[in-house]
Write a protein that binds this ligand. Structure first.
Ligand SMILES: Cc1cc2nc3c(=O)[nH]c(=O)nc-3n(C[C@H](O)[C@H](O)[C@H](O)COP(=O)(O)OP(=O)(O)OC[C@H]3O[C@@H](n4cnc5c(N)ncnc54)[C@H](O)[C@@H]3O)c2cc1C
Length: 615
């Protein structure tokens, strides 16, 4: 490497446990690793700054996963039933139960650390927004959680983007660390670690967003959720599950303001453009597709989207949230606004800019572009070993939350099968993974993993290549940004989003795809992957964008492969296989698993059984 980056340093960091991504799950993992591993070296690496990083960066107004066992409000079994129903039967009940039984203690810690949780003045209990949600003054939620992680870690490395995992030089299925670069000064980092916990969040911007051009940064899930959580394990051959289970959200239009507090606390409801209730109209039609799931309570999230989409397709949009009635009550009006001010300020700004006062105008709702994540009403992610006391033997091959690669753990959006864990459940899963990783490290004895110098040197060359490609290719053009010899990360991103939108079921096709579309989409993704070798990065910021794009493309390929494999429409409202429009419990009441082979570029697909442990 020449010029600007000749002064680049290589920094070696040794640890027992390396946590990649200091969001909710990463902070939980860091905190708990220290609790059980007093003498271990625990390092957390984050591409932003853990003080305000991840999906909770802006703050939240509710903690969406709290049992309330101290008041006998819900039991862990109830939460498993709830998540299972919402995901049309397909969740890892062992993993979900494991989170649910520990999540209350996590929330109590948050309160002890200073998070203000609202209380019901009559009962003294936490103020419920819904059956599972409690309301918080959560503008500083992330800094509070980050402080606990900072105090627990030997060191937190901020501003370092992890690009690849490193493997043990003798055991090719054992992790040995990770590499990345400092996005501010360009230094190359080699992390050598006995265990690695990936907690790098979900994936936005793999499908074309509704907001394009100058508004493209506005998505529902955080725009910096760049699919590293999936790409890092996929590249080293970890099995992934249910990657077809992308999520689409009904949100306030243009600002993506969440609707939970409105439905649950303010008791608002929706209607079509002509002031009519529409959900019940689509009941029989939906029943033909999915059977009695449509009669369940609560109706699964995807099916509620489905009714909205059908009503819009029938030409009776836009769908509106009826806020005018609730906002007459000054308390509810305050809650309605504060809900956004503490969590999605952009929605309040959009309403102000569009002359929408919800007291006088019922605001429009719309469905988002799809996202891939593991912690909301969806559960894509890595296939993980379950808890020793609860998981069926087929779901147990090692330590709790360990993937199919030795020493590689995950939590939060990274881990599949556990929908509805949200912020508190993600932190809890981080704690579970942290404890298990400590056990793994303690059990290693003298069997320490070793990184190969050759491997990280090869990766170093590959990681910085886009800077070189740009520097050389830039000479071929006199003006503008279009070069014959490189593509810029933004061009690659838009190409990815277009492929995913048109072929894999995005907004442009009303979330609909089929085998021929998916087959062509996969071919086009393959061509895009080849072209990623020609990415050009003008500076370190663009270098980060380049590697985020690599991660997004690989995760997208997983989504397309899984969607092709599952020949049914399991979650209408999230996506449709037009060639297999119905739910097919006979053949598809199962998980889909994939394994990527980096050398051949091939995906192996298989089915895994769904065990119902709870009645
Ligand atoms: C708009 C919105 C509203 C929400 N509302 C609620 C709510 O009301 N209640 C609730 O409980 N939950 C809510 N959630 C969900 C909650 O935020 C997530 O469930 C939770 O943050 C997931 O935790 P995580 O640790 O997996 O991911 P995150 O918290 O997103 O953390 C991932 C971290 O990894 C870092 N990272 C990513 N890639 C790399 C890399 N390559 N190298 C280094 N670091 C990397 C990121 O910068 C980030 O800090 C909401 C989320 C959003 C976006």
């Amino acid at each position: 490497m020449m010029g600007l980056f000749t002064r680049r340093k290589t920094v070696f960091v040794d640890s027992d446990i390396l946590v990649i991504g200091g969001g909710m799950a990463g902070c939980g993992a860091t905190y708990e690793s220290r609790y059980w591993g007093r003498d271990l070296k625990i390092v957390c690496v984050e591409k932003a700054n853990i003080e305000r990083s991840g999906a909770v960066a802006q703050g939240l107004y509710a903690i969406n996963c709290y049992m309330g066992m101290q008041w006998n409000e819900n039991q862990p079994e109830d939460h498993v039933r709830y998540a299972r129903n919402d995901l049309m039967g397909l969740v890892r009940e062992d993993l979900g139960y494991d989170i649910a039984r520990h999540v209350d203690s996590t929330v109590h810690k948050f309160e002890e650390w200073g998070l203000p949780i609202m209380r019901d003045p009559k009962t003294g209990r936490y103020q419920r927004e819904g059956k599972w949600q409690i309301m918080i003054h959560g503008e500083s939620y992330k800094p509070i959680v980050a402080e606990a992680a900072r105090k627990a870690a030997n060191k937190v490395y901020n501003r370092i983007m992890v690009t690849h995992l490193l493997m043990d030089r003798t055991n090719t299925n054992r992790v040995a660390g990770a590499v990345g670069f400092n996005v501010r000064n360009g230094d190359f980092y080699v992390f050598r670690s006995k265990a690695v916990i990936v907690s790098a969040g979900g994936a936005s911007h793999i499908f074309k967003p509704r907001a394009v051009g100058e508004g493209m940064g506005r998505t529902w899930y955080a725009p910096w959720s760049s699919a590293s959580a999936y790409a890092l394990p996929i590249l080293v051959g970890a099995k992934m599950m249910q990657m077809e289970n992308r999520i689409v959200l009904t949100r306030f239009k243009d600002g993506y303001g969440p609707v939970g507090a409105y439905f649950l606390h303010l008791k608002t409801y929706t209607e079509n453009a002509y002031g009519e209730e529409y959900e019940s109209k689509w009941r029989d039609h939906t029943k033909e597709l999915v059977g009695d799931y449509v009669d369940r309570h609560p109706v699964p999230t995807c099916l509620r989207n489905h009714a909205l989409l059908e009503e819009v397709k029938a030409g009776r949009g836009p769908i509106r949230m009826v806020t005018k009635e609730a906002f007459q009550d000054p308390h509810k009006e305050t809650v309605g606004w504060e809900n956004f001010l503490g969590m999605t300020i952009g929605q309040a700004v959009v309403w102000a800019s569009q002359n929408i006062d919800p007291k006088h105008t019922n605001p429009e709702l719309t469905t988002s572009e799809p996202y891939v994540m593991g912690s909301h009403a969806t559960c894509s992610g890595a296939w993980a070993s379950g808890p020793a006391d609860y998981a069926p033997s087929e779901y147990q091959w090692g330590y709790n939350r360990m993937m199919t690669v030795d020493g590689l753990f995950g939590a939060g959006d990274t881990i599949g099968g556990t929908a509805h864990k949200f912020s508190s459940g993600s932190f809890t899963e981080g704690r579970i993974a942290g404890k298990a990783a400590v056990n793994y490290v303690n059990d290693l004895g003298s069997e320490q993993p070793e990184v190969s110098e050759q491997e990280y040197e090869d990766l170093e060359r590959a990681i910085y290549q886009p800077l070189e490609t740009y520097k050389i290719g830039r000479n071929e053009i006199v003006a503008g940004t279009v070069s014959p010899s490189y593509i810029l990360p933004i061009n690659g991103l838009q190409r990815l989003e277009k492929i995913m939108d048109e072929y894999v079921g995005g907004i442009g096709s009303f979330y609909t795809t089929n085998e021929p579309l998916l087959t062509r989409g996969i071919e086009l993704l393959g061509m895009l992957k080849e072209d990623l070798a020609h990415l050009g990065a003008e500076d370190l910021h663009q270098l980060q964008r380049a590697w985020e794009l690599h991660h997004r493309v690989l995760a997208s390929e997983a989504v397309a492969q899984h969607t092709l494999f599952r020949t049914e429409t399991r979650w209408p409202g999230y996506y449709y296989r037009a060639d297999h429009p119905k739910l097919d419990d006979k053949d598809w009441h199962c998980f889909t698993l994939s394994r990527y082979d980096q050398d051949s570029g091939k995906w192996e697909m298989e089915k895994a059984p769904v065990y119902h442990i709870i009645d």
